[in-house]
Structure formats: structure tokens, C-alpha cells
Design a protein around this ligand. Structure first.
Ligand SMILES: [Zn+2]
Length: 371
């Protein structure tokens, strides 16, 4: 199985011609649709790059077929790798050079429409680690995100799933305000379980502040004062707050994923994921949270599942998706009632357990019934 992981690197805006990158993206969009448009004022080798990729599209992480005309499509690029021991891989004329000897990534002629133009960014620890794990970065992409230039690097690796031991790691995913709950099961017994949530108070505070400032900014705009010094300052403040909020959420997702993957690897566990995001969506609608925050919570729960699956695949961890409802009794199948402190109780058979533990009990009780 080929596993892939991708990282985004922000490129120095001062050294990149955003309009040029936008043109390359438009050409890539046409290439995806099977059109070849040769633009006389663009460098030939860069245009060959784009058309030479047509057959690879499906294999790239970002390479999904664009649904709308002129939707932004990232430009696929080949890479040339120069390793620390002097060995080389890839096309010598590739626009992206990963130089592990000088610890730099070189971008040739994709940042500006000028013969011989190239820029360098420092080599990423992420790339070095993926290569150490046996990965190879054969492809890269360049594109714009919120009008900022980025480079995406995709590492790929052939992996074989390991044979699971007598351990299982069950991961129950909710909307992000309820976080996740994980349980480690050995021979059908829960030996450890724990709910995990991000620091909600901090997230709420950042979010509410950004909403309040956005309202103030809206007022200024209606008065035509948004371009004043005060208005611009406020806009920057809002932008900074949002960036901080997203960084916090992202950071939490990454750290949690990393911990869980490590746990699975340490025990050679079979991972079971219950992705209840759709149910959580309905539940979330009933809660008194602003709709913007609800969207964020769902978005980051989805990101968590995506990142988790990507990393499980990368490390060859076997995993399954399974429904483990926390509102249905694992013993008799009766509907559970939620009592105080998220305790779930069955009126039919007397079963009682903390809500976050119910998914794990589904696994252990079912196992015992089979035995
Ligand atoms: Zn019951």
C-alpha cells in the first residue's frame, strides 16, 4: 500500500509573484480538463511540467478534479532530491530541488516568470523525518491560499500493515467541543480510557473577541472609515486573533493525533474509530453555542479524523471504522438516558456508565458475548 503525507510551507511573499502563480494555477486548471494552452510569454519548461502531469493527477493528494471552472488548482511539480550521502533521485531539471546536503529547498522558476529565477527556503524537519522513515518526496505543488503563496510537499512510502496484537485502541470522535474519548483494550478488557477535549475556555474567549471586533469593524465600514488608520489597525487585530485561534485548534489536533498513533504503535494495537460527527452535528445544533463556533468544532473534528487516518496509514497501523453508539445500551440495545455529569443509564437492564466509556463497552461486552 502506498501511504502519503503532505505538508504546507508558506513561501516568502516578497520573493514570489502572486499573479504569476495565479496564472500557473489557471493553466493547471485547464490541463486537468484536458486542454493544452501554450502561453507564449511563459517559460516552456514550466508549461511542460504542467502538461506532463496529466496522467499523475489522481495520485496526488491535492490532485482532485476541480468541480468549478477556474476554481483554484495547485500546480503540480516534480522534485529532484540530493541526499546527504551524495546520491540523487528524480529529474535533474525539476523545478523543486530538495537538497539534504545544504539543508535547503530550491524553487526554480515557479515563483517568478523570469529565466533562471530561483529562491531557497530552509529544509523542513518534517521532510527529514519522513525520509528517515523511508519516505520519498517525489512531488510538490505550488499554489495560493488566502492569496499567500505556499509550497506543498508530498511524501510517499510503501507500507505493510502490521499484524495486530491482543490490544485494541478505540477512538470515539465527537464534535470538537466534546473532543474525543479513547480506550485501550487488552484481551477484551478496558485497561485505560480517557476523554480528551481542547481548552474550550481559551477557544471561546478568542472566538468571542474576534466576533466582537468584527462587529466593530463592520460599523466602521458602514461609516466608510475602514480604510483609516484605526480601521486598518482593527482589521489586523482581527486577522491576528483568528490566526491564533486556528493555530490553537490545529496544534491540538496534531498533538492528539501524534499521541494516539504512538500509543497504537507501542502496543501494536488494532485501531477502531467511531466517527460520529454526523450525530454530533445534530446534537451540536441543540446546544447554546454560536453557529460560527459550531462550524469550527465540526471542521476540526473532521480534520482530526483525516489526519489520524493519514498517519495510521503512514505507519502501517491497521484500523477499522465501526459504529459504537454512546446512546444505545451495549447489553440490551435499549435507548440510554443521559443523567447528570454525562452518565448514561439503561432503564431496561440497569446498565450505567460514563458517556465517553460507552463506546469502549460496546467492544468489550460484544466480545464477551461472542466468547
Ligand atoms: Zn440495557
Amino acid at each position: 500500500m502506498t501511504a502519503r503525507r503532505t505538508i504546507l510551507v508558506r513561501l516568502p511573499k516578497g520573493k514570489c509573484d502572486v499573479d504569476y502563480i495565479r496564472r500557473l494555477m489557471a493553466l493547471t486548471n485547464l490541463a486537468y480538463r484536458g486542454y493544452e494552452v501554450w502561453v507564449p510569454d511563459l517559460l516552456k519548461n514550466i508549461q511542460y511540467q504542467i502538461y506532463g502531469f496529466k496522467n499523475y493527477m489522481g495520485s496526488l493528494v491535492f490532485g482532485t478534479t476541480p468541480k468549478k471552472w477556474l476554481v483554484s488548482v495547485w500546480v503540480p511539480l516534480k522534485t529532484f532530491r540530493v541526499y546527504a550521502d551524495g546520491s540523487r533521485k528524480g529529474d535533474r531539471n525539476a523545478p523543486v530541488v530538495l537538497d539534504f546536503r545544504s539543508n535547503v529547498i530550491k524553487l526554480r522558476q515557479v515563483c517568478k516568470n523570469e529565466p533562471g529565477y530561483s529562491i531557497e527556503v530552509p529544509m523542513l524537519k518534517w521532510v527529514v523525518e519522513r525520509v528517515k522513515e523511508g519516505g520519498d518526496v517525489r512531488f510538490a505543488m505550488i499554489g495560493l491560499k488566502d492569496d499567500e503563496p505556499y509550497l506543498a510537499l508530498t511524501a510517499e512510502r510503501e507500507v505493510e500493515l502490521y499484524q495486530p496484537s491482543n490490544y485494541m485502541l478505540v477512538i470515539d470522535v465527537n464534535a470538537w467541543n466534546n473532543g474525543i474519548a479513547w480506550g485501550l483494550i487488552k484481551n477484551g478488557n478496558i485497561i485505560k480510557w480517557k476523554p480528551e477535549t481542547p481548552n474550550l475556555r481559551e477557544i471561546d474567549t478568542l472566538y468571542n473577541l474576534s466576533v466582537r471586533l468584527s462587529r466593530e469593524y463592520g460599523k466602521l465600514k458602514r461609516l466608510g472609515l475602514d480604510k483609516t488608520v484605526e480601521g486598518k489597525r482593527l482589521w489586523w487585530k482581527i486577522k491576528r486573533l483568528r490566526r491564533k485561534l486556528y493555530a490553537k485548534l490545529r496544534d491540538y489536533v496534531q498533538k492528539l493525533t501524534h499521541r494516539l498513533v504512538k500509543k497504537a504503535l507501542r502496543h501494536k494495537a488494532l485501531v477502531i474509530i467511531d466517527d460520529m460527527i454526523e450525530e454530533s452535528r445534530r446534537e451540536l445544533l441543540e446546544e447554546k453555542i454560536s453557529s460560527g463556533l459550531k462550524k469550527l468544532y465540526l471542521m476540526y473534528a473532521k480534520r482530526f479524523v483525516k489526519l489520524l487516518v493519514t498517519q495510521l496509514q503512514w505507519y502501517g497501523v491497521p484500523y477499522e471504522f465501526k459504529r459504537l453508539p454512546s446512546t444505545v445500551c451495549p447489553i440490551c440495545g435499549h435507548k440510554l438516558i443521559q443523567e447528570r455529569d454525562r452518565v448514561m443509564a439503561c432503564e431496561n437492564c440497569g446498565f450505567k456508565a460514563p458517556r465517553d466509556k460507552v463506546p469502549m463497552l460496546w467492544i468489550t461486552i460484544k466480545n464477551q458475548q461472542v466468547l
